[in-house]
Design a protein around this ligand. Structure first.
Ligand code: CA
Length: 228
């Protein structure tokens, strides 16, 4: 899945340059020219990382960074602050406002992309590499393969993460909200019923091996993964 990068920059030429480089680097670029547009974009499409210009019309990049950090939906989105100002105290203020990194214009696009990759790697949800086994079900994060009673199970990326979470957290009941937090991570704009859709897909994938009954609905509470 391509990471979504929101570019908040009011200068069209720089916005265009950033969007071009971000796209070339294999990410999806979304653009906004001020704080209001940025919030609209964020509501429509929660980004994985924000490139934020310091000097914006209306609210400044520093203020916007503070707003993002204060909001439960956006507090974990990494921010790289872009600025024409190179003074040390500006850098400190930028980082104190909640930015993860700070790049001074003019910047080298190649270096900026390397920093984006480094930050995305740091923020990527951790999935340990050990193979997990529950009953006759085996999941290997490193090879991304799942077998049930020796039969290969084809899963989409979300079902894979969902099953991995279940297999490492058996017997406990999780609400849809908890599953969203644990499996979807920061993309909490996803509606709760999305969980049901992926549960259905997961069960359908496990049906051939008759292991779909491991995914149990707990009425009024959520879901449980259990061998019993
Ligand atoms: Ca600007």
């Amino acid at each position: 899945m391509k990471a979504k990068i929101l570019i908040v920059e009011d200068e069209p030429a720089i916005q265009e340059l950033l969007a071009f480089n971000v796209t070339q680097a294999g990410f999806l670029a979304f653009c906004a020219e001020d704080g209001d547009k940025a919030w609209q974009q964020i509501r429509d499409n929660l980004p994985d990382l924000i490139l934020l210009d310091w000097m914006l019309p209306g609210i400044s990049g520093v203020m916007l960074a503070k707003q993002l950090r204060a909001d439960a939906h956006t507090k974990d989105i990494p921010i790289i602050m872009l600025t024409a100002r190179g003074e040390e105290r500006d850098k400190v203020q930028g980082l104190e406002s909640g930015a993860d990194d700070y790049v001074t214009k003019p910047f080298s696009p190649r270096e900026l992309m390397a920093r984006i990759r480094a930050i995305l790697r740091r923020h990527a949800p951790q999935m340990p590499d050990e193979t997990v086994t529950v009953g006759a079900l085996e999941l290997s994060p490193s090879t991304h393969r799942v077998t049930a009673k020796g039969i290969t199970v084809e899963l989409g990326p979300t079902e894979f993460r969902l099953l991995h979470f279940f297999m490492t957290h058996t017997e406990r009941v999780y609400s849809r909200m908890q599953l969203l937090d644990q499996v979807w991570g920061t993309q909490v704009f996803v509606e709760e019923r999305t969980v049901d859709v992926h549960i259905r897909r997961l069960r359908a994938a496990l049906e051939a091996s008759k292991m779909d009954n491991l995914v149990q609905t707990v009425r009024g509470s959520g879901y449980r993964f259990s061998l019993n």
